[in-house]
Design a protein around this ligand. Sequence first.
Ligand code: GDP
Ligand code: IMO
Ligand code: MG
Length: 423
Amino acid sequence: MKVDVLLGLQWGDEGKGKVVDVLTPRYDAVARFQGGPNAGHTLEFEGQKYVLRSIPSGIFQGDKINIIGNGVVLDPALFKAEAEALEASGHSLKERLHISKKAHLILPTHRILDAAYEAAKGDSKVGTTGKGIGPTYTDKVSRNGIRVGDILHDFNTKYAAAKARHEQILKSLNYEYDLTKIEQSWLEGIEYLKQFRLVDSEHEMNHLLASGKSILCEGAQGTMLDIDFGSYPFVTSSNTVCAGACTGLGIAPNKIGEVYGIFKAYCTRVGSGPFPTELFDKTGDQICTLGHEFGSVTGRKRRCGWIDLVALKYAIMIDGVTKLIMMKSDVLDSFETIKACVAYKINGEEVDYFPFDIKEEVEPIYVELPGWQTDMTKMQSEDEFPEEFNAYLSFLEEQLEVPIKIVSVGPDREQTIERYTEE
Ligand code: GDP
Ligand code: IMO
Ligand code: MG
């Protein structure tokens, strides 16, 4: 069997959690391969809303196996809070949630370092989620990290050494902090982690595949936040692209099957960094209000703008997307016209690719399409789609050269429409 991968194609928050939940019944297992509690994946069903940060979004559909892979960074305190809340709401995890021993631990001092580095950057700060993601991946790559498997052997010595090293750095930055409160709950989280099945996810993944099981990998963040291909340095610290699923879970590239690329019918971004189609006008505010565009983790207002096909094409190329999923089209239900950016104008020249050093002076070139001005939130099938909406889909498919197979018309699990059009 092959592994299918679902990835955000924009700057995160495309609706990955919702669609992973919808697709999970077709798979035996769901796996996260990168990122950590910087993610906030929202799911809604039966009148309940859940926001997952480290736990895969396949956890609500029956007894599927959910795997936290080696490429993920895990904060034990946040994980404990998340897992306990799920258990309290009647979703047992202990048998179904497997955690890679090779996943790296986010230490309390990583969170403090994250804040200290951001403060030191001043106006050029990244606008991170403050969860210690960058410092944890930095320690991983510089071979100083502590992994989940380390909690079972000589943990106290390793932790004390890492903490002392971090405290030296914080001292050199003259950064004031108080560790006591967060350290206590973090150490409780370490003990809590021991109750879970700590595994070698590479063996588990390949064993599942060899025994004919199917797996869906759940990306976090989005392609434009990738450490290599995103709008560097305003990115996260992991490989959010399709290749990240291979390194973050221990599966070979030839095991990848379908690549689902998920995007909003418009575009959002949280934190700093270039965003060519960002709107600073009433339309931007309207998208923000109608789309409830506030961060699921930080509550920060998301910057909003029109869909950017230049960036989307780039993401599709890097990820090898085979099927597209369009989210939040209902947010545009009331718009008279809809714009789509098909190229950029930079220094008077038209550019149809995402440039190396993208700056504010990028002027988007738009194609304008008529809006459908119809409430689509209760629609059940593509047969009900208004003509203008079909035209919008056809336009996007023509531009992106990949079929749009799923359209989401609201946050609930049920508000998901599959398209059965010929490929
Ligand atoms: P993720 O990080 O990619 O999982 O996305 P988030 O959960 O951070 O953000 C997506 C937000 O949009 C959540 O609040 C979802 O409940 C909501 N959402 C998902 N799909 C739709 C949709 O089709 N329409 C509307 N209106 N909201 C949606
Ligand atoms: P999901 O999985 C949107 C952004 C932050 C910041 C940058 C770096 O819910 O789509 P980090 O804390 O990772 O060092 O922050 O990346 N960011 C996200 N934006 N959705 C996310 O996750 C994000 N995770 C990180 O806002 O700009
Ligand atoms: Mg999110």
